[in-house]
Design a protein around this ligand. Structure first.
Ligand code: ATP
Ligand code: MG
Length: 321
């Protein structure tokens, strides 16, 4: 971590959840929240809780939803000096309801909220000038201003010897335009660590899942200069692949209460462990524990564990960190 903090750029929002499963929000119904949310926020919160140096770039409104998020991040030890407080727009939000089959309905207010309207500033420049690592969340690339900040930060951090990780995190609800798609491809080309799940591996490799195997997609990414590809497999665990081969870790068996945020906690824990100097196997164990713990607790980031909480979780599951 000598080079400086891990920085993540992107949407900071609150999530308000339906307490009952069903279809959407066309009737009044019981809700719970606000909870701190946004994939970049969940990721960086997990980094801070795991004990890594962490900082975030983004924006909130001058309202209680913004204060809730800033309090959360500061409590996790995350540097918030480059989070702007927008004087006009409210903090972003997402209303979420799970359907009976586990899929989700959303009502988003992100792109036209404070969450989507931050740019390069003196505070951002100062943070990027001392950052050691940039983590890119694909979801943030759907916001044009965030996309520009991310690409500029990536160039500067890489130039000063820092490293880059990319979680494609490309949901069908957040389609990328052609310009953002090109930025995504350039960032994959700069990445040291890639954290895909499902079909994202093939998308990052620029290959079709029908024409290439998983091993071929990984090999092509390693050839392009990515040093590590860590594939997230939900309840089937995860695999870390590099030039020396692949290591697989089984998931921890938990009851899935709320799957939102699993991949973000997994990535935050994995990256932080690696930056703290741990080997691949130990980092995978902590990452799987972070993902599993978070799905077992309601709220997008409520289950992000501290290192002590993850040690206790791993021990309670009968495994060793
Ligand atoms: P997200 O929906 O947050 O984007 P993702 O698709 O990026 O998630 P997942 O593979 O769903 O990532 O989850 C990341 C990791 O969390 C998994 O590799 C696994 O270790 C753990 N995990 C996720 N779901 C479960 C589960 N139901 N039981 C146990 N562990 C889980
Ligand atoms: Mg994901």
């Amino acid at each position: 971590d000598a080079l400086g903090p891990t920085v993540c750029v992107g949407e900071i929002i609150v999530e308000i959840m339906a307490t009952t499963p069903g279809d959407g929000f066309r009737q009044p119904q019981p809700l719970i929240g606000p909870f701190p949310s946004g994939a970049p926020l969940i990721f960086i919160s997990q980094c801070g809780r795991m004990g890594g140096q962490a900082a975030m770039i983004g924006a909130v409104g001058a309202d209680d939803f913004g204060a809730l998020n800033l309090d959360r991040l500061r409590g996790d030890g995350v540097d918030t000096s480059a989070i702007a407080v927008d004087p006009e727009l409210p903090t972003g939000s997402a209303f979420v309801r799970y359907r009976a089959d586990g899929s989700r309905d959303f009502v988003f207010n992100i792109v036209h909220s404070a969450a989507g309207r931050f740019g390069w500033s003196d505070a951002v420049a100062a943070l990027v000038g001392r950052a050691g690592h940039l983590h890119v969340m694909g979801s943030a690339l759907s916001m044009p201003s965030a996309c520009r900040v991310i690409e500029r930060a990536a160039g500067l951090i890489k130039a000063r010897g820092g490293s880059i990780s990319v979680d494609p995190n490309l949901r069908k609800e957040l389609a990328l335009g052609a310009a953002a798609e090109a930025v995504f491809a350039r960032l994959v080309g700069m990445a040291d660590l890639l954290l895909p799940s499902g079909k994202e591996l093939f998308r990052a490799a620029g290959m079709s899942p029908r024409a290439a195997t998983e091993a071929e997609a990984v090999a092509s990414l390693l050839e392009r200069g990515v040093s590590e590809v860590v594939i997230k497999r939900g309840a089937d665990g995860a695999s870390a692949c590099d030039a020396t081969g692949a290591v697989h870790a089984a998931a921890f068996a938990v009851e899935e209460i709320d799957p939102t945020g699993a991949g973000d906690c997994f990535g935050g824990a994995y990256l932080t462990c690696r930056r703290l100097g741990m080997g691949v196997e130990q980092a995978l164990t902590y990452a799987c524990a972070a993902g599993a713990r978070n799905v077992s607790i309601r709220g997008p980031a409520e289950g992000a564990g501290t290192r002590a909480e993850l040690d206790a979780f791993i021990a309670a599951m009968g495994r060793a960190a």
